[in-house]
Design a protein around this ligand. Structure first.
Ligand code: S1T
Ligand code: MG
Length: 544
């Protein structure tokens, strides 16, 4: 029989995990020992637990499966809370494996190191930011508990919490089963699909809007097929940026309300039917909408339920819904020909001159680079770098576009590189780099060589655009490029468009070490998208 540690590792692997991210501590040292000795899953240790959470989150997003964060009790686990909260908000199935005291320690009557209010405070905190939890304190129930929790993570695409008391690691248990996924009730599914096909059939200008769950459940290609078959254009939300990059024939761009491409905004806001697939109804997706949803002609599928008009079909997985819609439209007559607006244009053709850099120049230079060398998977932090990403051609992107927690970018890029073996491009502001950019120092150990663009405006610029009078937004210049060699990478500071273009070409050619390009941007110079976003928000507030 396996031990609990090996059964858990094998169970994680059987449920789709392909690596672990973590930082050990005495409450998980025995488990980390098994991790290292068995090599059932490769383990990437990082330097600070927020980065562990962000890396596991990004790995989950890019794989459309689970990511795993392994942390010690208390000090380690509480450090990963913000990253897990962001994963919850953005529906990313991060599995938190947290160490905990053993039975004897719990009964010692002493307050334990790393303990907060009570020995169970850690469990109480994670119950708030995960969809399912298990405490593995009984060898008989542990395998079933693990199976239940891992199925929840995959079915809900939400984080889960597994508490591993350190005296249980070597206990013999049965293997962890893989429970069958819970499919939709067939009649409800058929009724729902028929209702949606009829609603779309009555529309003359329907639109499909896609967001994170379309990636989380691996149904991008199916959605693209459905859109082609029905002749319906697709747009992504801000959060869904990067989806359906393989389907440029149906994708029309990203909906940003009054901050976005006017043709895309009109397409969505003039639609007489909306099919919202996996869409998070949050402010960063819809705060700048100039029209409210007309729920009589709107369908929303998210979190295993489907709202059609003013009624809801519960417990109906989005992947089952899309499959049923495809079944019902099999062999449909040729879709109604519709003149669609051109795909939103992204800036290209950077003039490599001595003019100072603006964020849109970075987008232009990257579009040119991707045209020459092929697109790179991207990870972005929050800040103007993420608004700039809206001007970069629609390539795969992991970014905290809704939860908006800083510090995500660099660890997420490391997670993408570790999980996919690809070379990611990381976009990060100077403020966010101050938080977690130093994790680049871990690339050397793992042979990772991301390209990192630091938007250095020596400012918390996103805050300045909302509150320009505050001096606390003025950051000093940390000269990140000069620090890169000590972290094991190559650093270069660029201030002009010519220098940027050259540095990008050299970075693409440089393999085996990370390349940090520190783009110096004059304070107060923002991307076009952020400028539109801010003016859109201000006019939306004036309208209230
Ligand atoms: C963990 C964390 N702390 C604070 C914030 C608030 C915040 C922003 C959001 C509004 O909440 S944007 C921003 C400044 C970002 O600075 P930088 O990375 O240099 O990017 P840029 O200069 O492009 O703004 C902060 C501090 C946050 N989102 N996340
Ligand atoms: Mg900044």
């Amino acid at each position: 029989m396996p031990t609990l540690a090996t059964a858990l590792l094998q169970g994680l692997k059987d449920h789709g995990a392909r690596e672990l991210f973590g930082i050990p501590g005495d409450f998980v040292l025995p488990f980390f020992k098994i991790v290292e000795e068995t090599a059932i899953l490769p383990c990437f240790t990082l330097s600070h637990e927020p980065a562990v959470g962000f890396a596991a989150d990004a790995a989950a997003r890019y794989r459309s499966g689970i990511g795993v964060a392994v942390v010690t009790y208390g000090a380690g686990a509480f450090n990963v809370v913000n990253a897990v909260a962001g994963a919850y908000a953005e529906r990313s199935p991060v599995v938190v494996v947290a160490g905990a005291p053993g039975a004897r320690e719990r009964a010692s009557g002493l307050l334990l190191h790393h303990q907060a209010r009570s020995v169970d405070t850690q469990f109480a905190v994670f119950r708030e930011i995960t969809c399912d939890q298990a405490v593995l304190d009984d060898p008989v129930t542990a395998p079933g508990e693990i199976a239940r929790v891992l199925r929840s993570a995959r079915e809900r695409s939400l984080p889960v919490y597994i508490e591993l008391p350190r005296d249980m690691v070597d206990v013999e248990v049965a293997p962890v089963p893989v429970l069958p996924p819970r499919a939709a009730e067939p009649d409800a599914l058929a009724e729902c699909a028929a209702e949606i096909v009829a609603l779309l059939g009555r529309a003359t200008s329907p639109v499909i809007v896609v967001d994170v769950e379309v990636r989380r459940y691996g149904i991008e290609a199916a959605v693209a097929t459905l859109a082609r078959r029905l002749g319906i254009p697709v747009v992504t939300t801000f959060m869904g940026r990067g989806l359906l990059q393989q389907a440029p024939d149906v994708l029309r761009g990203t909906y940003l309300g009054s901050a976005g491409d006017p043709a895309v905004t009109r397409l969505v806001e003039d639609a007489d039917a909306l099919l919202l697939l996996g869409v998070i109804l949050c402010d960063t997706n819809f705060a700048l909408s100039e029209k409210r949803f007309d729920w009589r002609h709107t369908v929303l599928a998210i979190d295993r339920s489907v709202r059609v008009g003013h009624h809801v079909y519960p417990d109906l997985p989005i992947e089952d819904l899309v499959a049923a819609l495809l079944d019902r439209t099999e062999g449909d007559a040729a879709p109604k020909p519709r003149t669609l607006p051109p795909f939103e244009a992204y800036p290209r053709g950077l003039v490599a001159d001595d003019r100072p850099l603006a964020p849109t120049d970075i987008a232009t230079a990257l579009n040119d680079l991707f045209d020459r060398h092929g697109p790179m998977p991207m990870a972005s932090d929050i800040g103007d770098c993420l608004f700039t990403a809206m001007e970069i051609d629609n390539t795969a992107l992991a970014a905290p576009g809704y939860y908006a927690g800083m510090g995500f970018g660099v660890p997420a890029g490391i997670g993408v590189a570790a999980a996919t073996g690809t070379r990611p491009l990381i976009l990060v502001g100077d403020g966010a780099f101050q938080m977690t950019g130093w994790e680049l120092g871990n690339c050397r150990r793992y042979g990772l060589d991301p390209i990192v663009i630091v938007f250095n405006n020596a400012s918390w610029e996103m805050l300045r655009v909302f509150q320009p009078e505050s001096k606390f937004n003025d950051l000093s210049d940390w000269n990140f490029a000069a620090a890169a060699p000590s972290l094991g990478g190559h650093g270069e500071r660029v201030s002009t468009r010519k220098e940027l273009a050259a540095a990008l070409e050299q970075a693409v050619a440089r393999r085996g070490v990370f390349s940090l390009i520190e783009a110096m941007i004059p304070r107060g110079v923002t991307s076009r998208t952020l400028a539109r976003f801010v003016s859109g928000l201000k006019s939306a507030r004036d309208r209230q």
